[in-house]
Design a protein around this ligand. Structure first.
Ligand code: GLN
Length: 468
C-alpha cells in the first residue's frame, strides 16, 4: 500500500512522479469505503469527487517548491471548525452546524497543500477516553472490533492505523491524542501548551487544550508539527517562540541522554504485560546509548484529582455558550457524561465551594508543576505508561464512570503542567492488542521527544504493524 509509506517517502514519490496525489486519495477512499462501516471512525466524509478534483489540481500544479505535506491526504478530529463543512464535536447539541471560518491548524494545513478527507468521531466535546460518549455511535478498535479505539480522539487514531488517511490532527486535553494512539498502535504527540494555535478548536478546558498530530511514526509527527506550530494572532496563548525544524534533528545521537522512570508508575494498578513491554523498551533505549534512572514523583497520584476538578470547571464555563439560541439544539441534548462534568464544574466553582475545590485544585496544580520541574531536573525526559490496561471492551468504561476517569491516571497529569508528551507503540499483548508508552519532556522540548521516538522506531518495528 502507498499509504504505508512515511510522509517523507510520500513526498519524494509525488515529487518523482512515481505516483500521484489522486492515487493516494483513491487509496484512502477505498480503505474508508471498506472499513469505515465497520469501524465508525468518521462523522463526516468529504465528497469523494470534490476531493479527487482537489488532488488532480495539485497533481497538475506539480510539487516543485512545495512543502512536505503538499498533496497528502489527512483527517481532522471533529472538534475543529472547517468553513462550509459540518462540525459537530460529536454532539447533537451542535446539530448540523456549518462554520463560517477555519481553525488555524486547518488553515495552515490547507496552505501547505494537504487534502482534507473528513471529520472524525470522538467523545463529545473531548469528554471521555473511549469514543463511546458520542452521539454518532462508538468508534471500534481496528485490532479487535469488540473493543474501544480509545478517546477522545478515537476516530483520528483509527483512520491512521487503517490507512484511511496519511495523518490526523487530534486534540489533547488530558490524553485524547495519546490514549487512542496507544490503543490503536500508532504515534501521537501532545505538544507543549501554546506550541500550536487553539483558534477554532472547540474548547474543552482552555488552560489544558492542545492541538497536535497523530501519525504512523515520530518522523511523520515531526513533519506535521513543522507545518502547524507557531504564533497565531488569533490565539493570545500561542507562543512566539521560533518553531524548530523538527525533521532535521530526528537522527541526532541519543547517547548520554538520561531517561527517568518514576517508580510510582510501575507499581500497583499497571497491567503486567504493559509494564513488561515498557521495561523492554527502556532496554532498547539503553542499547541506543541512553541512561535509565529510577526517580520518584510522590505527588503523582494527585494529578488525576487536579485535572478532574479544573477540567470540568473550565468546561462548565466553555459549554455555557451552547444555550440553544445560537447553535443547533438545546442543552437537553448533552449526554449524561457531559452533564456530569457541567454539574461537577459548576459545583466546584460555586461561591460556597470555590475554596474547597477550584482554589485547592489550582494550588495543587502549582505544586504539581514543581513536582514535574523537580523530576525533569534529574533527567532529560521521563518514560511512562500511557494507559493502565489494554483497550477495554465496548460498554465497559461507559457503564462505570469512575473506572473511566481512573483510566486517565497517566495522561491527565501533563496537561495541567503544560509539558509535551509523545506516545509511541512499544509492543503487543498476548492477544495481539497494541501497547503504548509515553516520553514526557520539558516545556518546548518536542525536538528531543521526536528525536528519541525516531531513534526508538529505528530499532523496533511495532509502529509498522497494521491491524488490517
Ligand atoms: N479522557 C480525558 C477526559 O475525559 C481526556 C480527554 C481529552 O484529552 N480531550 O477528560
Amino acid at each position: 500500500m502507498l499509504l504505508d509509506k512515511t510522509i517523507a517517502e510520500l513526498t519524494a514519490g509525488l515529487r518523482g512522479k512515481q505516483f500521484s496525489s489522486e492515487e493516494l486519495v483513491l487509496e484512502c477512499y477505498s480503505a474508508i469505503e471498506k472499513l469505515n462501516p465497520k469501524l465508525n471512525a468518521f462523522i463526516t466524509i468529504v465528497d469523494k469527487k470534490e476531493v479527487l478534483a482537489q488532488a488532480k489540481e495539485k497533481d497538475k500544479q506539480g510539487t516543485r517548491d512545495k512543502g512536505a505535506l503538499y498533496g497528502i491526504p489527512f483527517v481532522l478530529k471533529d472538534s475543529y471548525v472547517t468553513r462550509g463543512i459540518r462540525t459537530t464535536a460529536a454532539s447533537k447539541v451542535l446539530g448540523d452546524y456549518i462554520p463560517q471560518y477555519n481553525a488555524t491548524v486547518y488553515q495552515k494545513l490547507l496552505d501547505s497543500g494537504a487534502i482534507l478527507l473528513g471529520k472524525m468521531n470522538m467523545d463529545a466535546w473531548g469528554h471521555g477516553g473511549s469514543t463511546e460518549n458520542t452521539d454518532f455511535g462508538p468508534a471500534k478498535n481496528p485490532w479487535d472490533t469488540t473493543r474501544v479505539a480509545g478517546g477522545s480522539g478515537g476516530g483520528p487514531a483509527v483512520a491512521v492505523a487503517t490507512r484511511m488517511g496519511a495523518f490526523a490532527i487530534s486534540e489533547d486535553t488530558g490524553g485524547s491524542i495519546r490514549n487512542p494512539a496507544a490503543w490503536c498502535g500508532i504515534t501521537g504527540l501532545k505538544v507543549t501548551y501554546g506550541r500550536v494555535s487553539r483558534y477554532g478548536c472547540i474548547a474543552y478546558a482552555s488552560s489544558f487544550d492542545t492541538v497536535g498530530p497523530t501519525a504512523k511514526s515520530a518522523e511523520d509527527c515531526a513533519y506535521v508539527l513543522e507545518a502547524i506550530a507557531g504564533r497565531d494572532p488569533y490565539d493570545a496563548t500561542s507562543s512566539p517562540r521560533e518553531v524548530p525544524v523538527y525533521s532535521k534533528t530526528l537522527k541526532k545521537d541519543i547517547r548520554g541522554l538520561v531517561i527517568g522512570m518514576p517508580k510510582e508508575f510501575y507499581s500497583e494498578g499497571l497491567d503486567g504485560e504493559i509494564k513488561q513491554a515498557i521495561v523492554q523498551a527502556s532496554k532498547v533505549l539503553e542499547q541506543a546509548g541512553a541512561k535509565i534512572k529510577e526517580i520518584s514523583m510522590p505527588l503523582f497520584d494527585y494529578g488525576l484529582a487536579i485535572y478532574y476538578v479544573i477540567g470540568p470547571s473550565e468546561t462548565s464555563s466553555n459549554l455555557g455558550r451552547f444555550d440553544g439560541i445560537r447553535y443547533g439544539s438545546g442543552r437537553t441534548r448533552f449526554t449524561e457524561e457531559t452533564m456530569r462534568r457541567i454539574m461537577v464544574g459548576t459545583y466546584g466553582l460555586s461561591a460556597g465551594y470555590y475554596d474547597a475545590y477550584y482554589r485547592s485544585a489550582q494550588k495543587g496544580r502549582t505544586l504539581f508543576i514543581r513536582e514535574y520541574e523537580k523530576a525533569l531536573s534529574q533527567c532529560d525526559i521521563l518514560l511512562m505508561p500511557v494507559m493502565p490496561t489494554p483497550p477495554t471492551k465496548i460498554g465497559e468504561l461507559v457503564s462505570d464512570p469512575l473506572k473511566n476517569l481512573l483510566a486517565d491516571v497517566y495522561t491527565t497529569s501533563q496537561n495541567p503542567v503544560g509539558v509535551p508528551s509523545l506516545a509511541i507503540p512499544c509492543g503487543f499483548t498476548k492477544i495481539n492488542l497494541p501497547i503504548g508508552m509515553q516520553l514526557v519532556g520539558k516545556m518546548f522540548s518536542e525536538s528531543i521527544l521526536l528525536n528519541v521516538g525516531y531513534q526508538y522506531q529505528q530499532l523496533t518495528d511495532w509502529h509498522t504493524r497494521k491491524p488490517v
